[in-house]
Design a binder for this molecule. Sequence first.
Ligand code: SAM
Length: 468
Amino acid sequence: MKEEITGLPEAFLTRMQRLLGSEYEAFAASYERERQYGLRRNPLKGSEEEFIRVMPFPLEKVFWAREGYYYDAASRPGRHVLHEAGAYYIQEPSAMAVAEVLSPKPGERILDLCAAPGGKSTQIAGRMQGQGLLVANEVMGERARVLSQNVERMGVSNCVVCNEKPERMAVLFPAFFDRVLVDAPCSGEGMFRKDEAAASEWSPETVEMCAERQALILEEAAKMVKPGGVLTYSTCTFSPEENEGTISAFLRTHEEYNIEETAFEDIFSPGRADWVGEPGAGIAHTLRLWPHLVRGEGHYVARLRRRGGLSRETDEKGTPVWKVTGDKKLCKFVETFLREEIGINDAWMIRHPGQLAKFGDQIYLVPEGMISLSGIKVLRPGLHLLTEKKNRFEPVHALSRTLLKKDTEKRRELTEAEAVSYLRGESLGCGEERGWTALFYEAYPLGFGKASGGQMKNHYPKGIRISF
Ligand code: SAM
């Protein structure tokens, strides 16, 4: 017998019971258990060993996500210096499976079409290791701003953050990307345990409306995948209409795509062709994550490949000089500034190729392979390097976030107490040193300070200062 589960819509439970049959009881019981909490290590900022050494909370591996860990709710890792330093991103464990299925590689061109607040974009960026182009797009302006902040916090240097509708993106980037991710807006049934609002906003009409919207988004996304490229679709909902239904309807009108098998079929459950009356379309190779079968919330992921062509070969090797293009005088000036004022060396230069661009008094490093920025609503055209102030230049906070300790000698390691007061916006005492200094907590860069006359002036941006 179906029993009431506090806070969950009756119509939702009735439908889940009809779909799951004898499995429904186990599914319903998962709502009695506490949800799982996850965070993901940022591989752009050093090794796993270093991360494990400095993390003050008990952690347990999420076995389907290379950088994923479970933590206890009591640890509250969202309020810690290491979080501000971008050492990790708090992300629900099942959600980590999506970028794993997408399988991004360094040097590729990748689009995350529905990207805010940035969980999957920052995970993809970690795999790309600064090589190639990541375009993270979000249609809602305010959410795009949060996405942009997270890209900065995590020290991602090869990401262009856009704020466009999918149909506009499709005009700008026809058959352009090696991989496109559609982490679609959905009815959020898989998040009911995590987010009570999702349950109160749910209705059968929402499911229908979401399915219609997903079809439109997927249609536009498909235009941007180059022949041979990958299109990954995901939701955090259970309804077949938004999952197997969306994918099988898409495949009916897109012969150029087929569903790919993935290495995750042994870990997760198969998509259910029988729920949408579509046997044989490869739907069984799409993936369902059930809260009663895995340690995470509900998710659905499908990986499609566009026929034809071969995916571009990726070049994981760096070159021993700064591979930077743009106005020659500007390139020379910026390189000299970075080397002399910030102490940046070849190690950083090799990891950060791109094209220098000046917008007004701001200098950015636009990732290699990006198209012209004119006519696109862009929040972050790449890595923000320098800003011009009354005939002098200052390094920008985003630049500090891309530094590893080996990248500069002009650095200082802060104690935890110093790091806390730096994040609050306070000046620090200093010795003889002068000029720009990259400030680190353990292996993780926090931001810049400028030393003069025994004081390290605080350059942590006012808008993100924080007290613990
Ligand atoms: N990928 C994100 C992450 O991992 O942090 C979560 C994305 S969330 C599931 C879906 C996103 O799609 C939301 O940020 C939402 O604003 C956006 N969205 C809503 N309507 C949309 C539309 N019509 N086209 C494209 N994106 C839309």
